[in-house]
Design a protein around this ligand. Sequence first.
Ligand SMILES: [Zn+2]
Ligand SMILES: [Zn+2]
Length: 375
Amino acid sequence: MDKQLPRKLAAILYADVSGYSRLTGQDEDQTHQQLSEGLNTLTSMISTHGGIKVHEAGDAILAEFSSVTAAVDAAIESQKSMALWPSEVAGDERVRFRIGVHLGEVIQDRGDIYGDGVNIAARIQEIASPGSLCVSSAVFDQLAAGGNYNFDDLGYRDFKNIEKPVHVYHLRSSELLGTQVTDVVKARVEHQPLFDDAVENMIVATGRCVCGSVGYEINQESLGSGFCHCRICQRSTGAPVTAWTAFPADSIKFTGDKPKYFRISLIADRGLCIKCGTPLVWRSLKPEPANYIIVFTTTLDNPKDYAPTWHGGVESQMPWLDIRDDLPRTRCEESPSLRKSWGSVGAANPDNWVELGYEQIVSLDGDPNLDPAED
Ligand SMILES: [Zn+2]
Ligand SMILES: [Zn+2]
């Protein structure tokens, strides 16, 4: 019977709030306010990019586009815009949408669209990191010719009520962070849970300090890993080079003691175990607290899984440290996010950082230890 219904090919965008019931349970008013702001953002981006909002249902929104580029642009622009929301709402109370984009046939009826194409967009949305998006290979292949964004291959995934496995790609997180992080989002979990809550609780990594007083659990995929040779990392860790892995700020939960945060420069603080002194995490605070947290990779229980993909801060690399790999190398002043952070605290000419010496930049204004961040 459904053979007689009109079908058409469409780029389908499905967005849904991650952990909506948990958020509502925590603070109904605040969650609802953020939800309507988010739905407004999505609605306006959808129409800006020539899409049609088909319907809204609770915390979800469905839209169709006649072009995959337009659908992906609308999704990415929405996420970028929501990532810039003021950060007074704590990380675990923030409303974040996951978005799925698929290209497929839909049945058009009663002012709505139906069919497998819609279900696939909704399913691939479920495995996107909150605040990010997944696309199917149908979308990825169409984008490949003229796509402006980088995606990581998550491989074929089985989804409930979808007959064949779907080949899924995840937006590379550096596209949203505005940094030079060359990240590799690897599918470490073979069988993805199908429901938001299960995904929320899925632990993908754990780690601890050397004495074990501070432990942590991480429930979202890494955003990227790298080496830092900068002078501040050298001084504050005592090591010639650090290896770090970034995770979404709200993905980390400390178990046991909490780390104690110390300002190590005008733009950042570092959390360490006060019993054994192990540095565990690093946070960028300026111009506003970042939406990611850096974990010192070797405090993870499975550090081998987080291979660095680039060298940062190479202006300070020790001349006696001979690392012969082919990874990209960048200087601090080449990083747009560092320029922004340092610019916001009065390093007016970031090109002079190296000449100035980091010690001078650190003490540009006042005593950094007087302004510790909130835990
Ligand atoms: Zn410790
Ligand atoms: Zn550094």
